[in-house]
Design a binder for this molecule. Structure first.
Ligand code: NAD
Length: 279
Protein backbone atom coordinates (compact mmCIF):
# COMPACT_ATOMS: atom_id res chain seq x y z
CA UNK A 1 0.00 0.00 0.00
CA UNK A 2 1.23 3.48 -0.85
CA UNK A 3 1.85 5.59 2.23
CA UNK A 4 0.37 9.05 2.01
CA UNK A 5 2.44 12.04 3.06
CA UNK A 6 0.03 13.87 5.33
CA UNK A 7 0.54 17.65 5.24
CA UNK A 8 0.94 19.24 8.64
CA UNK A 9 -1.21 22.35 9.01
CA UNK A 10 1.27 24.25 11.11
CA UNK A 11 -0.77 26.68 13.17
CA UNK A 12 2.25 27.73 15.20
CA UNK A 13 4.11 28.87 12.08
CA UNK A 14 1.12 30.66 10.53
CA UNK A 15 0.31 32.32 13.87
CA UNK A 16 3.91 33.53 13.97
CA UNK A 17 3.39 35.28 10.63
CA UNK A 18 0.16 36.85 11.87
CA UNK A 19 2.00 37.95 15.00
CA UNK A 20 4.63 39.76 12.90
CA UNK A 21 1.83 41.54 11.00
CA UNK A 22 0.11 42.56 14.24
CA UNK A 23 3.40 43.86 15.67
CA UNK A 24 3.84 46.05 12.58
CA UNK A 25 0.33 47.48 12.81
CA UNK A 26 0.81 48.20 16.52
CA UNK A 27 4.19 49.88 15.88
CA UNK A 28 2.56 52.24 13.35
CA UNK A 29 -0.25 53.22 15.70
CA UNK A 30 0.23 56.27 17.88
CA UNK A 31 -2.50 55.19 20.29
CA UNK A 32 -2.13 53.29 23.50
CA UNK A 33 -3.68 49.89 22.80
CA UNK A 34 -5.18 47.84 25.58
CA UNK A 35 -7.09 44.58 25.76
CA UNK A 36 -9.05 44.10 28.97
CA UNK A 37 -9.84 40.64 30.25
CA UNK A 38 -12.45 40.61 32.99
CA UNK A 39 -12.35 37.51 35.14
CA UNK A 40 -14.98 36.87 37.79
CA UNK A 41 -13.74 34.47 40.45
CA UNK A 42 -10.45 32.67 39.93
CA UNK A 43 -10.97 29.41 38.06
CA UNK A 44 -7.61 27.73 37.52
CA UNK A 45 -8.50 26.69 33.93
CA UNK A 46 -9.07 30.34 32.92
CA UNK A 47 -5.63 31.41 34.12
CA UNK A 48 -3.81 29.36 31.44
CA UNK A 49 -5.69 31.08 28.60
CA UNK A 50 -5.27 34.51 30.17
CA UNK A 51 -1.52 33.94 30.53
CA UNK A 52 -1.25 33.04 26.82
CA UNK A 53 -3.03 36.26 25.84
CA UNK A 54 -0.83 38.33 28.18
CA UNK A 55 2.33 36.86 26.68
CA UNK A 56 1.15 37.47 23.13
CA UNK A 57 0.24 41.05 24.06
CA UNK A 58 3.71 41.64 25.48
CA UNK A 59 5.33 40.34 22.30
CA UNK A 60 3.31 42.61 19.98
CA UNK A 61 3.15 45.73 22.17
CA UNK A 62 -0.47 45.57 23.30
CA UNK A 63 -1.18 45.94 26.98
CA UNK A 64 -3.33 43.14 28.35
CA UNK A 65 -5.06 44.28 31.48
CA UNK A 66 -6.36 41.45 33.65
CA UNK A 67 -9.20 42.76 35.80
CA UNK A 68 -10.16 40.33 38.56
CA UNK A 69 -13.50 40.63 40.30
CA UNK A 70 -14.46 38.61 43.39
CA UNK A 71 -16.68 35.56 42.87
CA UNK A 72 -19.58 37.06 44.90
CA UNK A 73 -19.85 40.28 42.88
CA UNK A 74 -23.39 41.59 42.26
CA UNK A 75 -24.82 41.99 38.76
CA UNK A 76 -24.84 45.80 39.16
CA UNK A 77 -21.18 45.90 40.16
CA UNK A 78 -20.18 43.63 37.29
CA UNK A 79 -22.12 45.81 34.82
CA UNK A 80 -20.41 48.88 36.22
CA UNK A 81 -16.97 47.34 35.65
CA UNK A 82 -17.85 46.70 32.00
CA UNK A 83 -19.32 50.19 31.57
CA UNK A 84 -16.08 51.74 32.84
CA UNK A 85 -14.04 49.78 30.28
CA UNK A 86 -16.48 50.77 27.51
CA UNK A 87 -15.78 54.40 28.30
CA UNK A 88 -12.00 54.07 28.46
CA UNK A 89 -10.61 55.22 25.09
CA UNK A 90 -7.36 53.31 25.54
CA UNK A 91 -9.30 50.06 25.68
CA UNK A 92 -9.74 48.54 22.23
CA UNK A 93 -11.28 45.27 23.28
CA UNK A 94 -13.05 43.71 26.25
CA UNK A 95 -13.26 40.01 26.98
CA UNK A 96 -15.44 38.51 29.66
CA UNK A 97 -13.62 35.31 30.57
CA UNK A 98 -16.06 32.41 30.72
CA UNK A 99 -17.33 30.55 32.66
CA UNK A 100 -18.67 33.04 35.18
CA UNK A 101 -20.45 32.29 38.51
CA UNK A 102 -23.99 30.94 38.13
CA UNK A 103 -25.73 33.76 40.04
CA UNK A 104 -24.80 36.19 37.24
CA UNK A 105 -26.63 36.60 33.92
CA UNK A 106 -23.84 35.92 31.43
CA UNK A 107 -25.86 37.04 28.35
CA UNK A 108 -26.67 40.39 29.94
CA UNK A 109 -23.03 40.91 30.92
CA UNK A 110 -21.74 39.99 27.46
CA UNK A 111 -24.30 42.30 25.82
CA UNK A 112 -23.12 45.14 28.04
CA UNK A 113 -19.81 45.13 26.11
CA UNK A 114 -19.93 47.80 23.41
CA UNK A 115 -20.08 46.38 19.88
CA UNK A 116 -16.81 48.05 18.83
CA UNK A 117 -14.98 46.40 21.72
CA UNK A 118 -16.54 42.93 21.36
CA UNK A 119 -13.34 41.20 20.23
CA UNK A 120 -14.68 37.78 21.25
CA UNK A 121 -17.65 38.21 18.90
CA UNK A 122 -20.03 37.08 21.63
CA UNK A 123 -22.55 39.95 21.91
CA UNK A 124 -26.04 39.44 20.45
CA UNK A 125 -25.33 41.91 17.62
CA UNK A 126 -22.10 40.15 16.62
CA UNK A 127 -23.85 36.79 16.66
CA UNK A 128 -26.71 38.22 14.55
CA UNK A 129 -24.21 39.48 11.97
CA UNK A 130 -22.63 36.02 11.85
CA UNK A 131 -26.03 34.34 11.41
CA UNK A 132 -26.89 36.76 8.60
CA UNK A 133 -23.51 36.33 6.91
CA UNK A 134 -22.66 40.00 7.35
CA UNK A 135 -19.26 41.35 8.30
CA UNK A 136 -18.69 41.62 12.02
CA UNK A 137 -16.55 40.30 14.82
CA UNK A 138 -16.11 36.53 14.50
CA UNK A 139 -15.01 34.44 17.53
CA UNK A 140 -11.26 33.93 17.52
CA UNK A 141 -11.24 30.14 17.17
CA UNK A 142 -13.48 30.37 14.11
CA UNK A 143 -11.35 33.11 12.57
CA UNK A 144 -8.23 31.09 13.33
CA UNK A 145 -9.61 27.99 11.59
CA UNK A 146 -10.61 29.98 8.50
CA UNK A 147 -7.23 31.75 8.41
CA UNK A 148 -5.39 28.43 8.61
CA UNK A 149 -7.45 26.92 5.78
CA UNK A 150 -6.86 30.04 3.71
CA UNK A 151 -3.13 29.98 4.35
CA UNK A 152 -2.89 26.42 3.06
CA UNK A 153 -5.14 27.33 0.11
CA UNK A 154 -7.74 24.78 1.17
CA UNK A 155 -10.92 25.88 -0.61
CA UNK A 156 -14.08 25.52 1.49
CA UNK A 157 -16.62 26.71 -1.06
CA UNK A 158 -18.58 23.74 -2.42
CA UNK A 159 -16.95 21.33 0.04
CA UNK A 160 -18.69 19.04 2.48
CA UNK A 161 -17.61 20.20 5.93
CA UNK A 162 -18.46 18.39 9.15
CA UNK A 163 -18.20 20.29 12.42
CA UNK A 164 -18.33 17.96 15.44
CA UNK A 165 -19.48 19.92 18.50
CA UNK A 166 -22.21 22.55 18.76
CA UNK A 167 -20.93 24.85 21.51
CA UNK A 168 -21.64 28.58 21.43
CA UNK A 169 -17.93 29.32 21.54
CA UNK A 170 -16.62 26.98 18.85
CA UNK A 171 -18.96 24.60 16.97
CA UNK A 172 -21.89 26.90 16.16
CA UNK A 173 -19.98 30.03 15.08
CA UNK A 174 -17.59 27.91 13.01
CA UNK A 175 -20.48 26.19 11.23
CA UNK A 176 -22.15 29.55 10.51
CA UNK A 177 -18.97 31.13 9.14
CA UNK A 178 -18.40 28.10 6.91
CA UNK A 179 -21.92 28.34 5.50
CA UNK A 180 -21.18 31.94 4.55
CA UNK A 181 -17.90 30.80 2.99
CA UNK A 182 -19.87 28.49 0.69
CA UNK A 183 -19.39 25.13 2.36
CA UNK A 184 -22.11 22.51 2.72
CA UNK A 185 -22.05 22.18 6.47
CA UNK A 186 -23.18 19.38 8.77
CA UNK A 187 -23.00 19.76 12.54
CA UNK A 188 -22.62 16.58 14.59
CA UNK A 189 -22.96 16.33 18.37
CA UNK A 190 -23.72 13.90 21.17
CA UNK A 191 -27.09 12.90 19.67
CA UNK A 192 -25.67 12.18 16.19
CA UNK A 193 -26.45 8.59 15.27
CA UNK A 194 -23.76 7.40 12.90
CA UNK A 195 -20.78 9.59 13.57
CA UNK A 196 -18.36 7.40 11.61
CA UNK A 197 -20.49 7.72 8.49
CA UNK A 198 -20.80 11.49 8.93
CA UNK A 199 -17.04 11.89 9.34
CA UNK A 200 -16.27 9.65 6.36
CA UNK A 201 -18.58 11.66 4.07
CA UNK A 202 -16.89 14.97 4.78
CA UNK A 203 -14.10 16.61 2.79
CA UNK A 204 -13.10 18.71 5.78
CA UNK A 205 -13.63 17.52 9.37
CA UNK A 206 -13.49 19.95 12.28
CA UNK A 207 -13.49 18.28 15.68
CA UNK A 208 -14.36 20.30 18.81
CA UNK A 209 -15.69 17.90 21.42
CA UNK A 210 -13.07 17.83 24.17
CA UNK A 211 -12.42 14.07 24.29
CA UNK A 212 -8.79 12.90 24.11
CA UNK A 213 -7.95 10.98 20.90
CA UNK A 214 -11.63 10.13 20.44
CA UNK A 215 -11.40 9.98 16.63
CA UNK A 216 -9.12 7.10 15.65
CA UNK A 217 -8.23 6.02 12.12
CA UNK A 218 -11.48 4.06 11.71
CA UNK A 219 -13.34 7.39 11.29
CA UNK A 220 -11.29 8.71 8.40
CA UNK A 221 -10.46 8.02 4.77
CA UNK A 222 -7.87 9.23 2.31
CA UNK A 223 -7.97 12.81 1.06
CA UNK A 224 -9.62 14.45 4.05
CA UNK A 225 -8.57 17.66 5.79
CA UNK A 226 -8.71 17.39 9.58
CA UNK A 227 -8.87 20.42 11.86
CA UNK A 228 -8.57 19.36 15.48
CA UNK A 229 -9.77 22.05 17.86
CA UNK A 230 -9.76 19.87 20.97
CA UNK A 231 -7.31 20.57 23.73
CA UNK A 232 -7.26 17.75 26.26
CA UNK A 233 -4.86 16.65 28.94
CA UNK A 234 -4.12 12.92 28.88
CA UNK A 235 -1.51 11.47 31.26
CA UNK A 236 -0.08 14.96 31.69
CA UNK A 237 0.29 15.52 27.93
CA UNK A 238 -1.79 17.83 25.71
CA UNK A 239 -3.63 15.93 22.99
CA UNK A 240 -6.42 16.71 20.55
CA UNK A 241 -9.76 15.04 19.86
CA UNK A 242 -8.09 13.11 17.04
CA UNK A 243 -5.55 10.31 17.41
CA UNK A 244 -2.91 12.27 15.51
CA UNK A 245 -0.37 9.45 15.15
CA UNK A 246 -3.09 7.00 14.13
CA UNK A 247 -4.33 9.07 11.19
CA UNK A 248 -0.94 10.26 9.94
CA UNK A 249 -0.31 8.83 6.49
CA UNK A 250 -4.04 8.36 5.96
CA UNK A 251 -5.63 11.81 5.71
CA UNK A 252 -4.43 14.57 3.35
CA UNK A 253 -3.70 17.15 6.03
CA UNK A 254 -4.14 17.66 9.76
CA UNK A 255 -3.49 20.18 12.53
CA UNK A 256 -1.26 19.03 15.39
CA UNK A 257 -2.20 19.52 19.06
CA UNK A 258 -0.54 21.52 20.44
CA UNK A 259 0.63 23.83 17.67
CA UNK A 260 -2.47 23.86 15.46
CA UNK A 261 -5.69 25.73 16.17
CA UNK A 262 -4.54 26.92 19.63
CA UNK A 263 -1.93 29.46 18.48
CA UNK A 264 -4.20 30.51 15.57
CA UNK A 265 -6.93 31.33 18.11
CA UNK A 266 -4.70 33.59 20.19
CA UNK A 267 -3.35 35.37 17.09
CA UNK A 268 -6.89 35.78 15.70
CA UNK A 269 -8.10 37.40 18.90
CA UNK A 270 -5.42 40.06 18.40
CA UNK A 271 -6.36 40.36 14.71
CA UNK A 272 -9.91 41.10 15.89
CA UNK A 273 -8.42 43.68 18.24
CA UNK A 274 -6.33 45.54 15.65
CA UNK A 275 -9.33 45.57 13.29
CA UNK A 276 -10.95 47.93 15.79
CA UNK A 277 -8.12 50.50 15.76
CA UNK A 278 -9.68 52.76 13.17
CA UNK A 279 -13.30 52.18 14.10
P1 NAD B 1 -18.14 22.11 24.94
O1 NAD B 1 -17.99 21.08 26.00
O2 NAD B 1 -18.85 23.37 25.22
O3 NAD B 1 -18.85 21.44 23.66
C1 NAD B 1 -18.52 20.16 23.24
C2 NAD B 1 -19.47 19.76 22.13
O4 NAD B 1 -19.05 18.49 21.66
C3 NAD B 1 -20.92 19.62 22.55
O5 NAD B 1 -21.72 20.26 21.59
C4 NAD B 1 -21.21 18.11 22.55
O6 NAD B 1 -22.50 17.80 22.04
C5 NAD B 1 -20.16 17.61 21.57
N1 NAD B 1 -19.69 16.27 21.94
C6 NAD B 1 -19.11 15.89 23.11
N2 NAD B 1 -18.82 14.57 23.08
C7 NAD B 1 -19.24 14.12 21.88
C8 NAD B 1 -19.22 12.85 21.26
N3 NAD B 1 -18.72 11.79 21.87
N4 NAD B 1 -19.71 12.76 20.01
C9 NAD B 1 -20.22 13.82 19.37
N5 NAD B 1 -20.26 15.06 19.90
C10 NAD B 1 -19.78 15.21 21.14
O7 NAD B 1 -16.66 22.39 24.43
P2 NAD B 1 -16.01 23.62 23.57
O8 NAD B 1 -15.89 24.81 24.41
O9 NAD B 1 -16.70 23.73 22.25
O10 NAD B 1 -14.56 23.02 23.35
C11 NAD B 1 -14.35 21.82 22.63
C12 NAD B 1 -12.88 21.47 22.69
O11 NAD B 1 -12.15 22.48 22.03
C13 NAD B 1 -12.29 21.38 24.10
O12 NAD B 1 -11.28 20.40 24.10
C14 NAD B 1 -11.66 22.75 24.31
O13 NAD B 1 -10.59 22.72 25.24
C15 NAD B 1 -11.18 23.03 22.92
N6 NAD B 1 -11.01 24.44 22.58
C16 NAD B 1 -9.91 24.75 21.88
C17 NAD B 1 -9.70 26.04 21.45
C18 NAD B 1 -8.48 26.33 20.65
O14 NAD B 1 -8.12 27.46 20.48
N7 NAD B 1 -7.82 25.31 20.09
C19 NAD B 1 -10.63 27.04 21.74
C20 NAD B 1 -11.77 26.69 22.46
C21 NAD B 1 -11.97 25.38 22.86
Amino acid sequence: MNRIMTVLLDGKKVAGELEAHIREVVAKSSRKLTLVIIQIGDKEESSVYIKQKKKFGERVGIEVDHVMIPEDVSMDEALLTIAKQNENEDVLGIILQLPIPKHLDSSALIDAISLQKDVDGMTARSVKALVEGKSGMVPATTRGILALLEHYKIEVSGKRVLVVGRSTLVGRPTALALITAGATVTVAHRATRDLVEEVKRADIVITAIGAPKFFDSSYFREGQVVIDVGINRQDGVLVGDVDFEGVQNLVASITPVPGGVGPMTVASLFLNLIDTINK
